[in-house]
Design a protein around this ligand. Structure first.
Ligand SMILES: [Zn+2]
Length: 250
């Protein structure tokens, strides 16, 4: 599925930050069910945080529901449910521990996205070990990151060679809602693979919910609507490889 000027594909993911908040979950479920614009929206779900008293069995029910409606991913908030980026500890260990727990619960997430766009060489290794396709790389620098904060830069899907020799497949996140709104309304050029993301919490804001429902059908007119699993399955094995050092940014 190499994108040429004639072929453009678009995928959509949602960072499910508050999977145990009933009002937020209800909105997300309804949207994912609806397939706006023909998109199977990937649920990149933050696991239940038992140290914060979150109910894992309710979380599991919801993760299964999401997995039945679209691609399922693992979204790590390293510090706390409401604090995405790491402030201490071993970020890769957290990904491995959460990934092992999600697997033990019988789920098979295929995607990953680091909270607050954080990633590093060890987190990338953990993702490769878990056979995740990584959506943490961004096509542009996240605006809120301070100088010296780790993130990863990638403009199109790629296979990333890690220092262990493992290959991490990555499909970068290219557009926020604001970015895709401006690009569509001003008819700006779009990349060969457009990956739009939003947060589940956006859906409780009526204006943002309406915006998502309006933009996705418009996007589907400029690009073929597909989903992250289909896109990953179509990535050729002989796709050129970049190294982790090519994508790692501070
Ligand atoms: Zn998040």
């Amino acid at each position: 599925m190499g994108a040429t000027s004639q072929e453009r594909y678009a995928v959509v993911s949602c960072h499910v930050e508050r999977p145990l908040d009933d009002a937020v979950w209800e909105r997300f479920s309804a949207l994912q069910e609806k397939h706006p614009g023909g998109f199977a929206i990937a649920a990149l779900m933050r696991p239940a945080d038992s140290s914060s008293g979150e109910d894992e069995s309710r979380w599991l029910d919801r993760a299964r529901e999401a997995a039945a409606r679209g691609p399922l991913g693992h979204h790590t908030h390293w510090t706390a449910p409401d604090h995405a980026r790491p402030t201490n500890g071993d970020p890769a260990l957290r990904v491995r521990t959460e990934g092992a727990r999600i697997g033990a619960l019988g789920l098979g997430p295929t995607l990953f996205c680091g909270g607050g766009w954080y990633t590093d060489a060890d987190v990338a290794e953990a993702c490769a070990e878990l056979e995740y396709v990584d959506c943490t790389p961004r096509a542009t620098r996240p605006l809120y990151l301070a100088e010296g904060e780790c993130w990863a830069l990638l403009s199109s899907p790629a296979r990333v060679q890690l220092s262990s020799g493992r290959i991490l497949r990555a499909i970068p996140t290219t557009h926020s809602l604001g970015d895709i709104g401006r690009a569509l309304l001003r008819r700006r050029p779009l990349p060969g693979v457009v990956h739009v993301y939003f947060h589940d919490t956006d859906l409780v804001d009526r204006r943002r919910r309406t915006l998502i429902q309006a933009l996705l059908p418009l996007l589907a007119r400029r690009a073929t609507a597909t989903d992250l699993d289909a896109l990953a399955a179509a990535m050729p094995d002989d796709q050129p490889v970049v190294t982790w050092d090519d994508v790692a940014r501070l």
